[in-house]
Design a protein around this ligand. Structure first.
Ligand SMILES: Cc1cc2nc3c(=O)[nH]c(=O)nc-3n(C[C@H](O)[C@H](O)[C@H](O)COP(=O)(O)OP(=O)(O)OC[C@H]3O[C@@H](n4cnc5c(N)ncnc54)[C@H](O)[C@@H]3O)c2cc1C
Length: 470
């Protein structure tokens, strides 16, 4: 025994038919069974471990979610909350005996409070709908990423999603003021705080943010809104080294600019991405690193900072976009990651490291991988301002791209991350895919507290079993 509290596994005391009858009696048309369950709920964006759940239920109110969880808890039936299924960690993948709970009917912006700059929303509302409602009200909801049209705010909260703009506005956690959550036994806890300041004991909402549906189902939230974006500038620079990138980060911040993005592409990434595009290169492929930066503020401050950086040699060459079209062209180079699934056989890493150590990590981890898998191709880019590195191994460059090799590569990289006291997941979460590596980032005492929390809130272990924790 390692001293962890035991979680009672959710072996159902009720057979499937009896349970399904109770489910259909209680939830009628909201229940889908067998062939009627759409394949879109078998796995998330990764396609990992696709499986048809026993049933799919789509409650339309918090009360229905509470009633459903009470029933499942009484019968020890596993429950898998599902949002837009755009997750990248296998966290919403159901098992064959589970009840998938889709939040797709619990939608809508309930209200916008202009004085408080907050918005109250239901969990199934898409990120894009929230962004549009914020814009319409004269604000901005600053979390943004490619899955905006499909992912739901409940899923964003459950994964503590990041995306563009984290350097300035923080992750989803930083936008959430209040939550309504239904616990495994059906109790609803109202944490719908709408105030910026509220120090009243433990801030329970943070237990649920990033918990990947293992501690409760989020049904509503109060979100904080930001002012609309001001004039923004897009800059691409060729850099001599990683330390130069860190020096430039400091320089641009000190120039009084609000950085919206600070994305560093290593030479292999830039060269590959430019090779996939037609037309003239904005900068030659000869620099060791490239920075794509988006900054809000006075253009003259940016120009002065850039001039100084060119003088000191921190920057070797630069292009400042003079139009939206040109800015989009520069972003297209960085957004080559969207083409990875088609053009590479990617083994993706979404890791966090202390900012000053990232350059060294790229070098040493690269050497370590080359030694063990000669000829392996690695491409790197990072949201460096957020301490987030995306290292990608191209499976096509391996002599044998097998699940065992992939697992060995993951294990080697995560071990290396542990040595740097980094995080094996910067923003995509743990889910199923990284669960077995969690110990590289979370110390045994902290893991033990996580198990204690899970046991306290979900003693029968019905909520998303097997995700995050073993
Ligand atoms: C093209 C693309 C780009 C992406 N870019 C980014 C990015 O830049 N940054 C980033 O962080 N992520 C990114 N993602 C990953 C993904 O979009 C996010 O993780 C998103 O927050 C998941 O939301 P979802 O509604 O799709 O959740 P799902 O995938 O449906 O579920 C994810 C997890 O949340 C749980 N869950 C869902 N709804 C609830 C609820 N109401 N209550 C409790 N638990 C719930 C599920 O059980 C599961 O554990 C990207 C994905 C794609 C496909």
């Amino acid at each position: 025994m390692d001293g962890r509290p035991a979680i009672v596994q959710s072996t159902s005391p009720t057979n499937d038919d009896t349970f399904l009858n109770l489910l259909c009696d209680g939830f009628g048309d909201s229940v889908l069974l067998g062939e009627a369950i759409p394949a879109s709920c078998f796995s998330d964006w990764t396609g990992h471990a696709a499986c048809r759940p026993l049933a799919l239920v789509s409650p339309a109110t918090t009360e229905e979610v509470a009633k459903l969880l009470r029933l499942c808890n009484d019968h020890h039936r596993p429950v898998v909350p599902q949002g837009g299924m755009t997750g990248l960690a296998g966290a919403a993948v159901p098992s064959a005996d589970s009840i998938a709970v889709s939040l797709c009917r619990l939608t809508g912006v309930e209200s916008v409070d202009r004085d408080a700059a907050t918005m109250t929303v239901r969990a199934g509302t898409t990120l894009q709908t929230i962004q549009e409602a914020a814009t319409q009200a004269g604000f901005r909801y600053p979390v943004d990423f490619g899955a905006r049209g499909t992912c739901q705010i409940g899923g964003n909260i459950a994964t503590n999603a990041g995306g563009h703009g984290v350097i300035r506005h923080g992750m989803t956690r930083d936008q959430v003021l209040g939550l309504e959550v239904v616990l495994a036994d059906g109790r609803t806890i109202d944490l719908m705080n709408g105030m910026l300041k509220n120090n009243t004991g433990y801030d329970l909402k943070h237990c649920f943010i990033g918990s990947e549906g293992t501690l409760g189902i989020v049904t509503r939230a109060v979100l904080r809104l930001a002012p609309p974006q001001g004039e923004s500038h897009t800059l691409l620079c060729g850099l001599p080294s990683y330390p130069a990138a860190v020096a430039l980060l400091h320089r641009l911040r000190s120039a009084g600019l609000a950085l919206e993005a600070f994305e560093v592409m290593w030479q292999d990434f830039y060269t590959m991405s430019c090779g996939w595009r037609d037309g003239q290169l904005p900068l030659p492929t000869s620099y060791p690193l490239y920075l794509l930066c988006e900054a809000e503020g006075d253009a003259s401050h940016l120009e002065a900072a850039l001039e100084a950086a060119l003088e000191t040699g921190e920057v070797e060459d630069a292009v400042l976009a003079s139009s939206t079209t040109q800015a989009r062209g520069l972003w297209a180079i960085r957004e080559a990651t969207g083409e990875f699934p088609v053009k590479l056989a990617p083994i993706n890493f979404d890791i966090s490291l202390p900012i000053p150590a990232i350059g060294d990590f790229v070098e040493t981890a690269g050497k370590m991988l080359q030694q063990r898998w000669p000829g392996v191709r690695i491409v790197n880019f990072g949201h460096i301002g957020d301490s987030n590195l995306h290292l990608t191994v191209d499976g096509r460059s391996l002599t044998e791209d097998t699940p065992a090799t992939r697992h060995a590569i993951e294990s080697a990289v995560y071990q290396w991350v542990g040595k740097y006291r980094g995080s094996i997941s910067a923003e995509h979460g743990i889910g199923l895919l990284k669960r077995d590596f969690l110990h590289h980032s979370v110390r045994p005492e902290a893991l033990n507290v996580m198990h204690t929390l899970k046991q306290a809130l979900d003693p029968h272990g019905i909520l998303n079993p097997g995700k995050v924790l073993n």
